[in-house]
Design a protein around this ligand. Structure first.
Ligand code: C2E
Ligand code: MG
Ligand code: MG
Length: 705
């Protein structure tokens, strides 16, 4: 066996199997002249051995070999695996043999006549060209199949089907996935008509569906519609179809083609979200936000029909006690039972809602007189008073109902609900298990207070409070030196409330103790979180009210909060107003000392508004004086205020206290203060109080003023 030249590529390698060594050599030489490389073999066996580890592009085979026939050789060669093209050469001019050879896959058949060697190169070239074409075709088919599989797979995952509608012929093509979306076996039926599709579309959407299809076919109108279909396997499903139109040269609609996407899951998720937004999880009743929508609708309707709307607000008596005694699970069961009983008292067209906690609202529509409302209220109270059996307990509860009526007691949903709420407090005040219509004679101030107090207690659990933070800046460097935490209340009915709207009430009722503790904990936790995020550590100041400050064990509470939040004491400052300190000066001085010994800084808020004398101040371990914003406000226009500010600053210097000015709104105020050596400031000029997320940006980017 002669070796092929090493530098030739195997791609053009030709195996010559010919027992006549002279002829073989001549063939090889002829081919080499044409740029081919060949390997010669003199027997079938030898050739097969070589083929076991080599793959030539082409085999030229003598039909009569010393050890086997050409057919036998081909059979064994094909048994080796990858198909190899071959040209058969023979000494006999036998047409039946030629046909047989072509049948088993020969590219060509050559007779060893006198012109054999002359023809050989052309035959080989043609065979190789055919081979190449065949390979290309195979490759193209393979990649088409692959991309079709890929497309089908993508469509399956996306639940996306595609379709084509040949408008002139009426022929419709559907992709396999489209059949599946419709719950059908792909390809069945094979002939699809528009009429048949119309039958699948849900009756309520068929008119719209036909309209867009017609518009597409007649006017070439592209479309994008959502409609429901009756899937054979999944019941009603929702799909989105988009169609484009292709025109022929004459501008007539030729093809409408597009996609159909199964959006049932998305629609279902959206409606679940709607459910979560608008309905109460526990009872399935509409929640507060839905209630307002319904009430607005009811009012609009009643205005047209000249009817009344009754708004009944029910609050369960003693619910809190039951919840605490028997646990939340029992409490939840009770609420569910109450919801069920309430449904029995109102009509289908009325709305029943849960406001949260143990408060329910019924909106009665189409009411002609107050008597009708009274009847429902009595029925509700009667049913509520029936015992409830939960986990082996017989529970007795009762309710108080406040009633407001449109249009007498208000003409918008918020006013009506608020008045129903006030009436409810009146009812509670009179006697339990009672109802009360709103009346203008009620002592609204007292009731409003009761209402606010009540909602304030619930607000902590409902997470309606939050803190905003206002930076304190060293104006020489622009550096943020600290932050004041300020309380806000997002009230469900009254909107966003600042501390001046409710802190006084919290103080009067003692609620300031749990609320103040929440503020301390939240501010400390937030401050630690900022540090953990890698921000430069900063002091956060928390306001303490007089009542909080008067607590016996304030120091222990604060120490516990610091431990719990892992905040080091040096990053906490407490602000106490001058007047609060002066209330019980002796005791307060000792508390201040305890706090200072813990490492906390102390700041006197609203300084200048009280009457503390210099000698008094010396008794208190104070870190900082905060010049009240009333002096800052007029510092540039009012000589007295400017003088007071100057005295405070001087006093602070004498006592070696730091000083900060609050409420700085203008550059003029800033310049005036810094000229007098007060360099720390807080106010709108630098930043309004902002949410915790915003603070991160302020610290990173710096403050511009
Ligand atoms: P404060 O401690 O003197 O707080 C400064 C008040 O001035 C804040 O009002 C703040 O928003 C406002 N302010 C800041 N810069 C400017 C400015 O440039 N111009 C003007 N006009 N006002 C400015 P806010 O947040 O309404 O707080 C009012 C008061 O409520 C506070 O006065 C503080 O005494 C009390 N407070 C706030 N949060 C709490 C708290 O968590 N607990 C207690 N006990 N009291 C709090
Ligand atoms: Mg303050
Ligand atoms: Mg202040």
């Amino acid at each position: 066996m002669t070796n092929p030249r090493q530098d030739m590529t195997v791609a053009s390698l030709i195996l010559i199997i010919e027992d006549d060594a002279g002829l073989a050599e001549l063939m090889a030489a002829t081919l080499e002249e044409q740029g081919f490389t060949s390997v010669c073999s003199s027997s079938g066996r030898e050739a097969l051995d070589w083929l076991a580890s080599n793959t030539p592009s082409l085999v030229i085979l003598d039909y009569t070999l010393p050890d086997m026939t050409g057919s036998a050789f081909i059979e064994q060669m094909q048994g080796l695996g990858s198909p190899i093209s071959f040209i058969m050469v023979t000494g006999r001019d036998d047409s039946s043999l030629a046909v047989q050879m072509m049948k088993i896959g020969a590219c060509d058949y050559m007779l060893k006549d006198s012109a054999f060697l002359d023809r050989l190169p052309a035959v080989v070239v043609r065979a190789l060209q055919e081979l190449e074409t065949r390979q290309r075709l195979q490759y193209a088919e393979q990649s088409l199949r692959q991309s079709e599989t890929r497309l089908a797979r993508a469509q399956k995952i996306a639940r996306l089907g595609s379709w084509e509608w040949n408008v002139p012929t009426g022929e419709i093509y559907w992709s396999e996935e489209l059949y599946r979306i419709f719950g059908l076996t792909p390809g069945e039926p094979s002939a699809i008509t528009m009429e048949w599709i119309f039958d699948l579309v849900s009756p309520s959407d068929i008119a719209a569906f036909k309209k867009v299809m017609l518009a597409a076919a007649k006017n070439g109108q592209p479309f994008n519609i959502v409609y429901r279909i009756n899937s054979l396997t999944d019941g009603e499903i929702v799909v989105n179809s988009q169609g484009e139109v292709e025109f022929d040269k004459a501008g007539r609609v030729q093809l409408v083609a597009g996609t159909t996407l199964d959006i049932t899951a998305r629609i279902r998720a959206e409606s679940e979200i709607q459910q979560l937004i608008n309905y109460d999880n526990l009872t399935g009743l509409p929640n507060r936000s839905m209630l307002h929508d319904r009430l607005r609708l009811a009012i609009a309707q009643a205005a047209r029909d000249q009817k009344l709307v009754g708004v009944l607000l029910l609050d369960l008596d003693r619910f809190k006690g039951i919840n605490e005694a028997l646990g939340h699970r029992a409490g939840d069961k009770l609420l569910k039972t109450v919801a069920k009983r309430l449904s029995a008292c109102v009509r289908e067209s009325d709305t029943l809602a849960r406001l949260g906690g143990d408060e329910f609202v019924a909106i009665l529509i189409g009411v002609a007189s107050e008597d009708g409302i009274t009847t429902v209220a009595k029925k509700i109270l009667g049913l509520i008073a029936e015992p409830v059996y939960i986990e082996g307990h017989e529970i007795y509860t009762s309710g108080s109902i406040g009633i407001a009526v449109y249009p007498m007691d208000g003409d918008d949903s918020h006013t009506l609900l608020k008045h129903a709420d006030l009436a409810m407090y009146q009812a509670k005040d009179l006697d339990r298990n009672n109802f009360q219509f709103f009346s203008r004679d009620m002592n609204i101030k007292v009731l409003e207070r009761m209402m606010l107090e009540n909602s304030m207690r619930k607000a902590l659990e409902r997470e309606e409070f939050f803190l905003v933070y206002q930076p304190q800046v060293d104006v020489r460097t622009g550096q943020i030196t600290g932050m004041e935490a300020l309380l806000r209340w997002q009230h469900p009915d009254l909107g966003l409330l600042g501390p001046d709207k409710f802190i006084y009430l919290a103080e009067e009722t003692g609620f300031i103790i749990p609320l103040g503790e929440w503020v301390l904990r939240t501010a400390c936790r937030q401050n630690k979180a900022w540090q953990d995020e890698g921000l430069m550590p900063i002091r956060v100041a928390v306001n303490l009210s007089a009542k909080q400050f008067g607590q016996q064990r304030l120091d222990e509470t604060i120490a516990a909060i610091l431990l719990e939040t892992w905040l080091e004491p040096q990053w906490l400052e407490v602000e106490i107003t001058e007047s609060a300190i002066m209330k019980n000066a002796e005791r307060n001085a000792s508390m201040l000392r305890k706090l200072r010994d813990m490492g906390i800084s102390l700041s006197i808020d609203d300084f200048g508004t009280g009457y503390s004398s210099l000698s008094y101040l010396k008794h208190f371990p104070i870190t900082r004086l905060k010049i009240d914003r009333s002096f800052v406000r007029d510092i540039t226009t009012n000589k007295d205020d400017a003088a007071i500010a100057e005295i405070i600053i001087a006093m602070a210097q004498t006592l070696k206290l730091q000083v900060i000015a609050e409420g700085v709104e203008t550059r003029a105020q800033m310049e005036m203060l810094s000229f007098r050596d007060c360099v720390e400031m807080q106010g709108y000029l630098f930043s309004r109080p902002v949410r915790a997320e915003e603070i991160v940006r302020l610290i990173r980017d710096g403050i511009k003023y």
